[in-house]
Write a protein that binds this ligand. Sequence first.
Ligand SMILES: [Zn+2]
Length: 111
Amino acid sequence: MVSKSKLWWTLAGVVGLVGCQQGVAPRAGGNADSRITSTLAQLNETDRPLAEEQAYCAVQTHERLGSMGVPLKLDVQGEPVFVCCKGCEKKALSDPQATLARVEQLKARPK
Ligand SMILES: [Zn+2]
């Protein structure tokens, strides 16, 4: 017999694999910025300025880092790269050149 909690975590895992579309939607008219700021504050001293500079997910470039929870830090050919969620990690690593090119564009984007 499968316990209810086990089933729940299995479902949660499946949703996690699908990507971040199932993630927490930004609250309408809300204080998304302050929520993102407090999420990014959970990163360490080294990573936080990097994540703030990149500001957006390296895969889903419309997605603010921190909007899906604490961003994931990846090492892409020695460069620190942040993605918004686990679902983006594989995509970021599957084409490192394109990922690094997007990060460059994101850093050049006016904040
Ligand atoms: Zn993502």
